[in-house]
Design a protein around this ligand. Structure first.
Ligand code: 13P
Ligand code: 13P
Ligand code: MG
Ligand code: MG
Length: 366
């Protein structure tokens, strides 16, 4: 394909069936219908729609570049149309992630999560689209670190001369709205000071060092910081390009064989293990969890999305799922105690401060 292609993944929770556990087929159908119209009209090269729990994931290829108003508007309008369907069915939290009244230029900051990248399509272009439910955008920090910086995970960092130089990580401070770029492996220890705190610092993109080509992009929206109150968890997305000088597909998937903990789960207020599952098993229901991650794999062919393959639909993740269940049970036994419940400062955006306010005057000096 001549010229660059853009892969945009834009997601929103626009209503759950039942509660926050899954999406309704009519909402998914509406999403497909809207994107099909856009493809027929020539705006999209191709698209796919899938779900992770109660989150609707729009996967779109086009030639408009990243942050394109037309594409963001299409996603917004699609979510608005889906919300109407969800409202008709009285689904739970219809329109939950649409935090603005009307679209204004870019969906970032308006609720939906966005992971986009523009690149020259290679002769063969395998891409992975990860989506999480009941988790926070920082959930990608540990896997992205392992994929692009840990030779115990990614053999290619040692073996493949095209990635032997390493990768650059763009890290975002969500509280200060600043970013910094770390060059790895030489700045690994510096970077870990920050990315090891995933509710504060997010890896938002990864670039190959030798040619600057983009390798990964993740959504960094933090709904509570946008809305100033609890409105559901951020349930992020992440796109990773693979093979030929980038991590092999199996190297990009391997970090998820360890179900690391993320914040999210019940009321977005608990730590829990991130369980890798197929889309048909991405229906978190135990204590609204535990948190799930799904991965859809595609081969791009002149911008067409060949696939998808449901990558975690594989018995080799059975032990990760079993471990996640064991860890979930262990953490649950803490009930309202940390570290299962999030640290006090993180609870600021829940309904807990209302209780604190009520008791404000009862605290006496000692
Ligand atoms: P490539 O260098 O062609 O991506 O091959 C690596 C590989 O697939 C090994 O798993
Ligand atoms: P979602 O962020 O997936 O809507 O979940 C919200 C929640 O409160 C789960 O208990
Ligand atoms: Mg929800
Ligand atoms: Mg969700």
């Amino acid at each position: 394909m001549a010229g660059k292609i853009t892969l945009s993944v834009i997601k929103a929770d626009i209503g759950g069936l039942v509660g926050h556990s899954a999406s309704h087929p009519d909402v998914i159908a509406k999403g497909r219908e809207e994107l099909e119209k856009a493809q027929k009209g020539g705006l999209l090269v191709d698209f796919d729609v899938f779900t992770c729990g109660d989150d609707l994931e729009l996967v779109m290829t086009h030639t408009q570049g990243t942050d394109a108003e037309k594409i963001h508007k299409l996603a917004w309008d699609t979510f608005v149309a889906g919300t109407e369907v969800a409202k008709g069915l009285h689904l739970y939290g219809a329109g939950q992630d649409l935090l603005a009244d009307a679209f204004s230029g870019n969906v970032k900051g308006m609720g939906p999560g966005v992971a986009e990248m523009e690149f020259e399509e290679r002769k063969s272009e395998p891409v992975l689209v990860f989506a999480g439910d009941k988790c926070a955008p920082g959930a990608w920090n540990l896997p992205l670190y392992k994929m692009f910086a840990d030779p115990f995970n990614t053999a290619g960092l040692v073996i493949d001369p095209n990635m032997h130089d390493g990768f650059r990580f763009d890290v975002y401070d969500i509280h200060k709205s600043k970013h910094i770029v770390f060059s790895c492996p030489e700045e690994l220890y510096d970077m870990l000071v920050f990315v090891g705190s995933p509710d504060h610092f997010l890896i938002r993109a990864v670039y190959r060092k030798d040619d600057g080509d983009i390798a990964a992009s993740s959504s960094t929206q933090k709904l509570a910081l946008i809305a100033g109150r609890y409105v559901g968890k951020d349930d992020p997305v992440c796109v990773v390009r693979c093979q030929s000088g980038l991590p092999a597909v199996g190297e990009a998937l391997e970090p998820f064989a360890f179900p690391h903990t993320t914040s999210g789960w019940m009321r977005g207020s608990h730590m829990g293990p991130l369980m890798p599952v197929s889309v048909k098993e991405a229906h978190p229901s135990r204590f609204d969890g535990p948190p799930r991650v799904v991965c859809m794999g595609y081969q791009l062919a002149d911008g067409k999305l060949i696939g998808p393959r449901d990558m975690f639909d594989d018995p080799s993740y059975d032990e990760a799922r079993r471990t996640a269940n064991l860890v979930a049970g262990y953490l649950r036994k803490h009930g309202p105690f940390e570290p299962h419940r999030l640290p006090f400062a993180e609870m600021e955006y829940t309904t807990m401060p209302a209780v604190q306010e009520k008791l404000e005057g009862r605290w006496e000096d000692i």
